[in-house]
Design a protein around this ligand. Structure first.
Ligand SMILES: Cc1cc2nc3c(=O)[nH]c(=O)nc-3n(C[C@H](O)[C@H](O)[C@H](O)COP(=O)(O)O)c2cc1C
Length: 364
């Protein structure tokens, strides 16, 4: 475990330890204004012992929103809400990146303004599944394909949200290129049927991802920008026929930019973390996704073996707000949450106690 608890420095990153809190949507923002929950500053402050905090996904424009209670980084009011979060985290000496999110087809007209249709690279629907809206679960609709002009606007919206994030005090931003949302819908061959410059070949399918990364890096500096990917991830009905070739090409294209980090979420057959490690000269953050929470022990092994520099843990951070301190003191971990994941208020959000508070009392 020692490996996870050591400080990490690279470029602008100065992390107190090598444990990141993985981005986790909690659905508690004001659904109309997209302003973060009044409890969000407390929630993130409680978890500021993570070397790196990555926020829940935050929408970059009105069509980017995936469901009820998702916060945004589009308006001044939203930025003011995030300023409370970043101030709280910095008071505790933490580092926090905002995750910039566009869901593409993974939303519903009931979630979008004026009942608009979701947008995507191509008009390919999620089949036989429903999506959560403010009216409960509804059938997915077929999205409409973005025009080239709209793609350009979306790229600029990512950059504008990144600028707002830095103005709101974030140390950096993470572009959400994982889990079957818009960026990965462009990358995967079953959701991108375009025959223009944004599809048709590996280079074409990677073009949106590279344009977003480059625009965001231009806006706020490459050393403040992370990219999250989940190669070969079948989540949300994605199919990537040749993930290895595709993601190697992506890593090769982006490596020279000097990004803050590449965050690799491994859950496909392709051993993405080990493979991409050999081609990525910068910081690599690793996370795994499965039915049980990723284990800190496995994370420590990744660092020890040189496969990752930082390890992201998700569900365990929800119930163990002081997770790195618990790991340091060998305090038993609480199990992952079984309820109150999405939506609601303080309950199941800021009421998990820090075990180290008891320790402070015991040790004076
Ligand atoms: C409640 C919840 C919300 C999540 N929301 C996001 C999100 O907004 N963005 C994202 O990239 N991943 C999201 N994830 C995935 C996590 O970042 C992480 O990859 C996953 O939980 C696996 O890590 P773990 O085993 O340590 O929990 C979410 C996971 C959970 C449990």
């Amino acid at each position: 475990m020692r490996e996870l608890l050591e400080p990490y420095r690279a470029g602008r990153l100065e992390l107190a330890n090598r444990v990141a809190m993985a981005p986790m949507t909690r659905g508690r923002a004001d659904d109309v204004t997209g302003v973060p929950s009044p409890y969000a500053a407390t929630y993130y402050r409680q978890r500021a012992g993570a070397g790196l905090l990555i926020t829940e996904g935050v929408y970059v424009n009105a069509l980017a929103k995936g469901g009820p209670g998702i916060p945004g980084l589009v308006t001044d009011a939203q930025a003011r809400g995030w300023r409370e979060v970043t101030d709280a985290v910095h008071t505790e000496g933490g580092t926090v990146f905002a995750q910039l999110w566009h869901v593409g087809r993974m939303t519903h007209p009931r979630t979008l303004p004026d009942g608009e249709l979701p947008v995507a690279p191509s008009a390919v629907a999620i089949e036989g599944r429903q999506i959560f809206t403010r009216d409960g679960l509804l059938d997915h609709v077929t999205p409409r394909a973005l025009t080239v002009a709209e793609i350009g606007r979306t790229v600029r919206d990512f950059a504008a949200a990144a600028r707002r994030a830095i103005e709101a005090g974030f140390d950096g931003v993470e572009i959400h290129g994982a889990n079957g949302y818009l960026v990965q819908q462009f990358i995967a061959d079953n959701t991108n049927l375009r025959t223009d410059g944004y599809g048709g070949s590996v280079t074409g399918r990677l073009r949106f991802a590279t344009e977003v990364v480059e625009a965001v890096a231009d806006a706020v500096g490459a050393d403040r920008v992370g990219l999250r990917i989940s190669p070969d991830n079948a989540e949300n009905q994605l199919a990537e026929a040749d993930a290895r070739t595709t993601y190697r090409a992506l890593a090769d294209a982006l490596d020279p930019l000097g990004l803050a980090y590449l965050h690799v979420l491994e859950n496909g057959a392709y051993g993405a973390v080990a493979d991409l490690r050999t081609r990525w000269s910068g910081t690599l953050v690793a996370n795994t996704n499965g039915p049980v929470p990723s284990s800190p022990e496995a994370g420590a092994r990744l660092v020890r073996d040189g496969h990752a520099d930082v390890v992201a843990l998700g569900r365990l951070f929800l119930t163990n707000p002081d997770l790195p301190a618990r790991l340091a003191h060998g305090i038993p971990l609480a199990g992952p949450p079984t309820e109150n994941l999405y939506g609601g208020g303080a309950e199941g959000y800021i009421d998990y106690p820090a075990a180290t508070d008891d320790l402070k009392v015991l040790t004076g």
